[in-house]
Design a protein around this ligand. Structure first.
Ligand code: SF4
Ligand code: SF4
Length: 444
């Protein structure tokens, strides 16, 4: 049986069993049983919707800590592009990177730089491979996990190009091995993450793909430490490698903009953000509805893109303005993306997403197809018998999910409060009837 890692976990001591989270979970991965939420780990995609929803802060993301840096001789910070959007306009990008060095990192390698490399690889892939369309970005791990769980037939649409995080880690390690003569194992690369999904992608990469990232630290944690370090920090603008195109990957539409650059109108792109909108689009693709003419889909689980991640400290509207400002003013737009350099990396396979992304068939009712059909019939009948109010009082997200839980043997029909009331009424009537009966010796 597959063992799953999850960054998103429940703090039982805080959970009041309020059922707020069960309705928001896009994979129906939560049930409330015995007064506490339970996460079905095969279904959870670490999107963090439940972290946003829980009024009691009982859902938490477990991430790496800054202490983990001590395991390595040389430490590289990999800030997500969305990190830059967290600060006030008067804090320069150079000082943000300088403050990261104050936290114990030896250098910074921008994920925005990795994003620029990925942009070139995607352009090339689209130009050279005429097969499946539309192709789907691999950048958001919550979307890939969603596809593994709910849309397995679409997995072959995922473009076999690495995420910017992985690309940046690979490029950083290669550069530092060459520059400093260190062994790769002596270099620790730490991603500053806006979301738990990236933590899970680091701890349990897709398919057989290995990761070059050694840890993922919450953006909120790093932000707090950087704020403290800013007064002492030097302006390290020399560490800025990316252009505005890579930085723009931090918000929805920015990925497509960077890939589109230099391609004129040869390919058509679609950007979708927010897990429920992503689900609608994937349902449309699964039904075979016409997405003709779309070559590439940028899909992000969070509304607004990574600036809307569950672990970012700033309001996403504010950080979008700030990030767009940095992207527009960082300069070097005339240089554009370093196309030839990145093309070389793609050609040697450094930017490939390797290994098969396998489905997680957790939605199937039974591995045996005949049993699955019989269970589906039973499920449909059970749904008909339930009131259809989707109230969630049973601890399942809706009546259909409760029916599924019943068929799987994980719940009882009387978990439904309306069914329970019917049953109690029936029992009460039977009791009244029985109470009125006399033994044969005393009456009829
Ligand atoms: S992280 Fe997402 S998939 Fe997992 S339990 Fe929370 S809402 Fe559901
Ligand atoms: S959109 Fe960005 S922040 Fe949100 S889950 Fe995907 S990768 Fe993480």
């Amino acid at each position: 049986m597959e063992v799953y890692f999850h960054s998103v976990t429940l703090d039982e001591s805080k959970c009041k069993g309020c059922t707020n989270c069960i309705k928001k979970c896009p994979t129906e991965a939560i049930r409330v049983r015995e007064g506490k939420a339970r996460i079905i780990e095969q279904r959870c995609i670490d999107c963090g919707e439940c972290i946003r929803t829980c009024p009691n802060h009982a859902k938490v993301a477990v991430t790496d800590s800054l202490e983990g840096l001590n395991r390595f001789r040389y430490r590289v910070a990999l800030p997500a592009p969305s990190f830059y959007g967290q600060f006030k306009p008067e804090v320069s990008l150079g000082r943000i990177l300088g403050a990261l060095l104050e936290l114990g990192f030896d250098t910074v390698y921008e994920v925005a730089w990795g994003a620029e490399a990925v942009s070139v690889a995607v352009q090339e892939f689209l130009a050279r491979e005429s097969g499946k369309r539309p192709l789907i970005s691999s950048a958001c791990p919550a979307v890939i996990r969603l596809m593994q769980v709910r849309f397995p037939t679409l997995l072959d649409h995922v473009i076999p190009v690495d995420s910017p995080m992985e690309a940046a880690a690979k490029m950083a390690k290669r550069a530092k091995v060459q520059e400093l003569g260190l062994a790769e194992e002596e270099i620790g690369a730490f991603f500053i993450t806006p979301c738990p999904a990236k933590v899970t992608a680091v701890k349990q990469p897709f398919g057989d793909n290995r990761t070059y990232v050694d840890g993922a630290i919450s953006m909120s944690t790093v932000y707090g430490e950087v704020l403290k370090a800013l007064p002492e920090a030097q302006d390290r603008y020399d560490l800025v490698q990316s252009t505005g195109l890579g930085i723009g990957w931090g918000y929805s539409g920015g990925e497509n903009r960077a890939i589109y650059q230099g391609q004129k109108s040869r390919f058509s792109f679609l950007a979708v953000d927010g897990i429920h909108s992503v689900i609608s689009l994937l349902e449309q693709m699964e039904r075979g509805d016409d997405l003709k003419g779309i070559d590439y889909v940028e899909a992000q689980a969070c509304i607004g893109g990574c600036i809307g991640g569950p672990l970012v400290p700033q309001n996403r509207f504010v950080s979008r303005v700030q990030l767009a400002r940095i992207a527009d003013t960082i300069g070097r737009p005339e240089e554009g993306i370093k196309r030839e350099e990145f093309l070389g990396l793609w050609k040697e396979g450094l930017l490939d997403l390797k290994g098969e992304i396998r489905p997680r068939p957790v939605m199937s009712l039974d591995p045996d197809i005949r049993k699955a059909i019989a269970k589906l019939e039973q499920l449909e009948k059970t749904v008909e018998d339930l009131p259809g109010l989707d109230c969630g009082s049973c601890g399942s997200p809706n009546c259909r999910a409760l029916a599924e839980d019943i068929v799987r043997g994980n719940a009882l029909e009387t978990d439904c409060v309306f069914k329970l009331r019917e049953r109690v009424k029936e029992l009460a009537e039977e009791m009244v009837e029985l109470a009125q009966k006399l033994p044969p010796a005393m009456g009829k």
